[in-house]
Ligand binder design. Structure first.
Ligand code: HEM
Ligand SMILES: *[C@@H]1O[C@H](CO)[C@@H](O)[C@H](O)[C@H]1NC(C)=O
Ligand SMILES: *[C@@H]1O[C@H](CO)[C@@H](O)[C@H](O)[C@H]1NC(C)=O
Ligand SMILES: *[C@@H]1O[C@H](CO)[C@@H](O)[C@H](O)[C@H]1NC(C)=O
Ligand SMILES: *[C@@H]1O[C@H](CO)[C@@H](O)[C@H](O)[C@H]1NC(C)=O
Length: 327
């Protein structure tokens, strides 16, 4: 009797409603990122970031690709918390030294210099994790890709985890099942994985990542392989870092040629071609190769979702003053 009275008491109902509202509005509960996060505290932040990225990409077109990849490698390790940016002085377990990043991930200096500009504007307000998210969107737009509304309010980690980077980032040699599970561990489904990997419409990869494929691969166009072999010899000691564009047709523009290339066995990495080699993702590749605008909208939606992976919010984490260092 007592417990029945307890559950239906109006006072308890009101308390419950009030508590629920508090939980919903408090910044550290649930997904509390909002697009207007800096509207009052740093109204010119987004414009400042955009202008700096425009300059960096005009100086070097590949930088658009590098910055999109940086956001991806941030979000997959401890969530989108700018842990990727901490250098070896800031933390002995710098993610930069992980196998998937060392000698390969780039754009750190660009992000550091964008942060300097933003700090001049509004010191201690804008997180490095948010700068990475805005930067990825701006880079996509500058390269001719889709735009999207960036959700904001992430805070920065004080730690990095190299071991976690090595286990949670995919490898060019991952099987399709491994790729699918790496993405699903981050809440991204197979379709979202294929859309996001369409970023390989931009940028370049090193010979060390495609050597095995161009000599021993089976699902590869013969002429495409021969051309790549010129700059990436079978046993070359000095050419392992030689670069080749992912998309030979339009290397610096964001489009769906990546998927068209896969249909004719001109994927650069093993992990690219595996998306079209008789497995579960073949039909998605075909769809995106035919429908550029569907690819664009799916890519934009998946980037927003990727940007939502385990952010630090509210009073969690910090706002770093220099992106590569702890405060
Ligand atoms: C199974 C999934 C993936 C694998 C195995 C993979 C692997 C790689 C590898 C090995 C490189 C070349 C690195 C080098 O040779 O230095 C690369 C480059 C790149 N990746 Fe991925 N990647 C994957 C998914 C993604 C996703 C989801 C994104 C973005 C959302 C992305 C964006 C990029 C970009 C833009 C580049 C070119 C970077 C540059 O030119 O600086 N990749 N990726
Ligand atoms: C411009 O790009 C080159 C590489 O192509 C780089 O070495 C240089 O630091 C960049 N300059 C600026 C101002 O970003
Ligand atoms: C880093 O990640 C690994 C693997 O998940 C975990 O076992 C370890 O405790 C983490 N280290 C730190 C310092 O958080
Ligand atoms: C290709 O396969 C052969 C035979 O298994 C092997 O000796 C060689 O190291 C592989 N890789 C390259 C790049 O040729
Ligand atoms: C060969 O590799 C170099 C060094 O990365 C690169 O600058 C050049 O564009 C490559 N040449 C071809 C034909 O891909």
């Amino acid at each position: 009797m007592n417990s029945l009275n307890f559950t239906i008491s109006p006072l308890w109902s009101i308390t419950f409603v009030v508590l629920s509202i508090l939980l919903l509005v408090h910044p550290s509960y649930g997904s509390s990122l909002t697009s207007s996060f800096y509207e009052k505290t740093c109204p010119n932040a987004l414009k400042t970031i955009q202008q700096a990225i425009q300059k960096a990409v005009s100086n070097e077109s590949r930088m658009a690709a590098s910055l999109i990849r940086l956001h991806f490698h941030d979000c997959f390790v401890q969530g989108c918390d700018a842990s990727i940016l901490l250098d070896a002085q800031a933390t002995s377990t710098s993610e930069r030294n992980a196998f998937q990043n060392i000698g390969s991930l780039r754009g750190y200096e660009v992000v550091d210099s964008v942060k300097v500009e933003v700090e001049k504007l509004c010191p201690g307000i804008v997180s490095c994790a948010d700068i990475l998210a805005v930067t990825a969107r701006d880079a996509s737009v500058i390269a001719g890709g889709p735009s999207w509304t960036v959700m904001l309010g992430r805070r920065d980690s004080t730690t990095a985890n190299r071991t976690l980077a090595e286990s949670d980032l995919p490898l060019s040699t991952s099987t399709l099942d491994e790729q699918i599970s790496i993405f699903s561990n981050k809440g991204l489904n197979t379709r979202e994985m294929v859309a996001l990997t369409g970023s390989h419409t931009l940028g370049q990869a090193q010979c060390s990542h495609y050597r095995e494929r161009i000599y021993n691969g089976t699902q590869i166009d013969a002429t495409f392989a021969q051309n790549l072999q010129k700059n990436c010899t079978r046993s070359g000691q000095n050419d392992s870092s030689n670069l080749a564009p992912f998309d030979l047709v339009t290397p610096n523009s964001f489009d769906n040629n990546y998927f068209k290339n896969l249909l004719v066995k001109k994927g650069l990495l093993p992990s690219d071609q595996i998306l079209f080699s008789g497995g579960a993702t073949d039909n998605i590749v075909v769809e995106y190769s035919k429908d550029a605008s569907k690819f664009n909208t799916d890519f934009a939606d998946a980037m927003v979702k990727m940007g939502n992976i385990s952010p630090l919010t509210g009073s969690e984490g910090v706002i770093r003053k220099i992106c590569s260092k702890n405060n």
